[in-house]
Design a protein around this ligand. Structure first.
Ligand SMILES: CC(C)(COP(=O)(O)OP(=O)(O)OC[C@H]1O[C@@H](n2cnc3c(N)ncnc32)[C@H](O)[C@@H]1OP(=O)(O)O)[C@@H](O)C(=O)NCCC(=O)NCCS
Length: 199
């Protein structure tokens, strides 16, 4: 069964909504910036065609059912300031991977933490998942800090896992379990799936 579609995930300052073609102009400012793509495995977008090629690829992945590409739309001005990807859905293990990127002028305001926190709540709640993962370049201190602040645990370092942009590098694997989340958020609504996936 494919991953359930996501209509919207609200946060205090953002709406997380599914990617649409109308978001590409704003996303040029996100992925067209070397500071944003520095630790990401793809090249900085140089032209609108790069955005369109990415959009087509994401559409294919979305249709295949294991990927949901959300964007972060700021409530104050409706600008799309970032992306949040839920991907590599494994139905049998009720597991997903998370990836994200934020426009450089929005860094340091806690926006991505707000977005990832809401996405985790949705994943463990409405989607009924039991494990979330994230892969991070160990030099990407902001991303490591963000995940750890949300309760993700560093589970190991995979040596030279990726080769991109001309060099190979290690990857930290972070994991967050439903049971970790419930300990951190005891007031969260009980999740039926917890009964089906005892630890
Ligand atoms: C990683 C990223 C999403 C963080 O977004 P953000 O909204 O600025 O993050 P937040 O403000 O919510 O939290 C970042 C945390 O890292 C800390 N931080 C930021 N830069 C840091 C640095 N160089 N060293 C250590 N900690 C750092 C912040 O202080 C904050 O921690 P705190 O809340 O305890 O103070 C953003 O930097 C980004 O888009 N980077 C480029 C894309 C990317 O690398 N994506 C992740 C791929 S795994």
């Amino acid at each position: 069964m494919p991953l359930a579609p996501i209509v919207t995930i609200p946060t205090p300052r953002l709406e997380l909504v599914p990617l649409a073609a109308e978001h590409l102009d704003d996303l040029m400012a996100v992925n067209g910036d070397d500071r944003v793509t520095r630790f990401l495995p793809y090249d900085t977008w140089a032209a609108r065609q790069d955005a369109e090629a990415w959009f087509e690829r994401i559409q294919g992945l979305t249709e295949a059912g294991a990927t949901r590409q959300l964007v972060l739309q700021r409530r104050s001005d409706a600008r799309v300031v970032g992306t949040l990807l839920l991907f590599k859905f494994d139905e049998a293990s009720q597991r997903l991977e998370v990836g994200y990127a934020l426009a450089h002028d929005c860094w340091g305001q806690g926006l991505m933490r707000e977005a990832v926190q809401a996405a985790c709540a949705h994943a463990f709640g409405a989607l009924g998942l039991r494990r979330l993962e994230a892969e991070v370049n160990p030099a990407n201190l902001a991303s490591c800090r963000l995940l750890q602040a949300l309760g993700f645990q560093l589970e190991g370092t995979l040596r030279q896992r990726w080769t991109a942009k001309g060099h190979s590098y290690d990857t930290h694997l972070f994991g967050l379990l439903l049971q970790d989340w419930q300990l951190l958020h005891p007031d969260a609504a009980p999740v039926e799936n917890a009964l089906r996936h005892p630890s």
